[in-house]
Design a binder for this molecule. Structure first.
Ligand SMILES: [Cu+2]
Length: 399
């Protein structure tokens, strides 16, 4: 509604300006002008436009510097994966190149428009072409772009190619996307993920794992993504419904999650959650967020509302494809910890086959509830989670 009103106001404003210009033109009819032919620019017109050009050059520079100072800290900060620094350096090189070229070309464009602005006593010089000049301004971008593309391809293969040797002790994790949450499955002791298909989805088996597959027996399902520091992680992505995108900005990782196929990505986490919480730029961001939160809490307290909890940093897995009404909230906490803590966390989890068996026994729900250690995430909440998701989907369809 508000946007409609804004559009209406803008349209009306446009009409008002258009009418005012018409009135202004009418007032000029018959008035004595300094120029007999209003279609030809006078020296005054050229001066005005020349200075405006020069002024615009200043505006571009000042606004660029202002933007960098004001919003420069919104960049992602320290990368938390092994390939992250290479990705960041490719980004920095590209941005520096674009920056330098932009500063130079915009200066030339606006400055020459200014100094060569029209004057009555000045005639334009006809200059057809210059092969040497054209060669220079073609070959320089060709060399620079070729270098950039080659470096980009090198970085791409480095990041996307998963080392076969390192695969030996790699950790396989399936990341499953559905409207509007994520679920993960670890390959278990055998290091192999069992087959899965949407047709097998039933009860606690919310990922549709084929329980007849030998590789599936020790698979472990969880609703929080834990990763050990320094280990090669290989992600297999599947989607239950529409196109999603698994985005882990701190690890400089993103992969489309496509229904009907398995996509893959791998990285080595290098900074634990606790270490990242000590990172100066993260600490600054967290302090800023908490400052805003305490202000909001004070406002809420004044009106009898509940105070906001203080924010602590956590890595996140986000959806980066607009996949429906609750897309904005489709996220999962990612915890990077040392290997021992990770192994402890994983071994405390029930395997999917055990969870399925348990759920089929009549006394199963009580047994599930009686395990508070894993109640926070993992298999025990799989059932309520899936019910919640189904409810959300139903609401969306109703709309
Ligand atoms: Cu999504």
């Amino acid at each position: 509604m508000t946007s409609l009103l804004v559009i209406v106001v803008l349209v009306l404003l446009g009409i008002a300006i258009w009418q005012l210009t018409k009135i202004f033109h009418l007032t000029q009819v018959g008035a004595a002008t300094y120029n007999e032919n209003p279609e030809v620019a006078t020296d005054r017109d050229n001066n005005v436009n020349g200075y405006l050009m020069f002024g615009f050059l200043g505006f571009i520079y000042i606004f660029t510097i202002y933007s960098m100072m004001k919003w420069g800290d919104l960049l992602l900060g320290t990368p938390a994966s092994e390939h992250g620094p290479q990705y960041d350096s490719l980004m920095s090189i590209s941005m520096w190149l674009i920056g330098v070229v932009q500063v130079l070309t915009q200066f030339l464009l606006h400055y020459f428009s200014f100094i060569n602005r029209g004057r009555k006593d000045r005639k334009a010089f006809y200059y057809a072409d210059n092969d040497k000049l054209e060669f220079i301004w073609t070959i320089i971008p060709v060399i620079v772009l070729a270098g950039l593309i080659l470096y980009g391809l090198y970085a791409w293969t480095n990041i996307m190619f998963i080392d076969e040797e390192a695969k030996e002790d790699a950790i396989y994790v399936e990341v499953y996307a559905k409207q509007f949450n994520w679920e993960v499955r670890y390959a278990g002791k055998d290091g192999k993920l069992g087959k899965a298909n949407v047709r097998y989805i039933e009860g606690v088996n919310t990922l549709g794992v084929d329980m007849g597959d030998a590789n599936a027996q020790d698979d472990i399902q969880a609703s929080e993504l834990h990763l050990p520091k320094g280990k090669q992680i290989i992600f297999k992505f599947r989607s239950q419904d529409v196109l999603h995108s698994a985005y882990m900005p701190h690890f400089r990782a993103q992969m489309n999650v496509v229904p009907g196929m398995v996509t893959q990505f791998g990285f080595v986490p290098t900074v634990t959650t606790d270490e990242m919480r000590q990172d100066p730029s993260i600490m600054k961001k967290v302090a800023h967020i908490n400052e805003l939160r305490s202000k909001k809490s004070a406002e809420a307290a004044a009106t009898g509302g509940a105070a906001l909890e203080p924010y602590t940093f956590d890595y996140l897995l986000l959806c980066n494809k607009i996949c429906g009404a609750s897309h904005y909230n489709m996220q999962m906490k990612v915890v990077v910890e040392d290997e021992a803590t990770f192994n402890k966390w994983l071994s405390a989890k029930q395997t999917l086959s055990a969870a399925v068996k348990e759920s089929k026994q009549p006394a199963a729900p009580a047994a599930g509830e009686a395990a508070p250690a894993t109640a926070k995430d993992s298999t025990n909440t799989a059932k309520p989670d899936s019910t919640a998701t189904k409810m959300t989907v139903a609401q969306v369809i109703k709309k």
